[in-house]
Design a protein around this ligand. Structure first.
Ligand code: PGA
Length: 251
């Protein structure tokens, strides 16, 4: 059966000193058993965090990786195999900040997803609608297309080695959270889309919710049948708050 996962996306935050302090505070947390806990530091600090968390069970991931699996002539990018070699296990693919600000398209994300797996990383595919898309009643269509583009190109079987995070764009960093029922409805649709092609992949898929999750609303969200944990931005920069969210997933 699938295990809950709580993942902290640190985004473009931190200095060497603040990262060391956060790692130390994470190391001192008593985390519930039976859940997976991951953090995604800025690329610059991945090696540092892997060293600092080496005595813990916390998994370290990257926020982005290159469109090709192996090292090569690609200025400014980091190859999945390079990340895997230093001990990185996961990579975020298609976070809405990268789709919207950097301009990553579903087409580019197909290559990033495939390269991540070929280079030894497990992709965490992020999907989600904007406020305008939700208000136009297009949420399930948009999310279905984001997921469907990967399935059409690579096949549903690749999702046996992936995680999916549903993150409504309007809820990210805004303090607005999808209600547990709003989130559950989308999660159920994502699982149904997978199930229509492969029941086992669907049943085992860890489906995370992201968007202004904090200790105060985590338990209610994680209590929904198709929500298997969270992808946490702002609240993951505070170890006590992050620890409380992890405990909510452990209950
Ligand atoms: P937030 O970010 O928790 O700060 O809303 C979530 C995310 O972008 O992954």
């Amino acid at each position: 059966m699938r295990r809950p996962m709580v993942a902290g996306n640190w985004k473009m935050h931190g200095t060497r000193a603040s990262v060391a302090e956060l790692s130390l505070n994470l190391k001192n947390l008593v985390l519930p058993s039976g859940i997976e806990v991951a953090v995604f530091p800025p690329a610059l600090f991945i090696g540092q965090v892997i060293d600092e968390l080496s005595e813990t069970e916390i998994i370290v991931g990257a926020q982005n990786s290159a469109v090709q699996p192996e090292q090569g002539a690609l200025t400014g990018e980091v190859a999945p195999s390079q990340l895997a070699e230093v001990g990185c296990k996961l990579v975020l693919i298609g976070h809405s900040e990268r789709r919207q600000i950097i301009g990553e398209t579903n087409e580019v994300l197909i290559h990033k997803f495939a390269a991540a797996q070929a280079g030894g990383l497990k992709p965490v595919l992020c999907v989600g609608e904007t406020l305008a898309e939700r208000e136009a009643g297009k949420t399930l269509e948009v999310v279905g297309r984001q997921l469907g583009s990967i399935i059409d190109a690579l096949g549903v079987a690749v999702f046996a080695n992936a995680v999916i995070a549903y993150e409504p764009v309007w809820a990210i960093g805004t303090g607005l959270t999808a209600s547990p029922q709003q989130a559950q409805d989308v999660h159920a649709a994502i699982r149904a889309q997978l199930a229509s092609l492969d029941a086992e992949v669907a049943a085992n898929m860890q489906l995370l919710y992201g968007g202004s999750v904090k200790a105060a609303n985590a338990a209610e969200l994680f209590g929904m049948p198709d929500i298997d944990g969270g992808l946490i931005g702002g609240a993951s920069l505070n170890a006590d708050e992050f620890g409380a969210i992890c405990r909510a997933a452990g209950n």
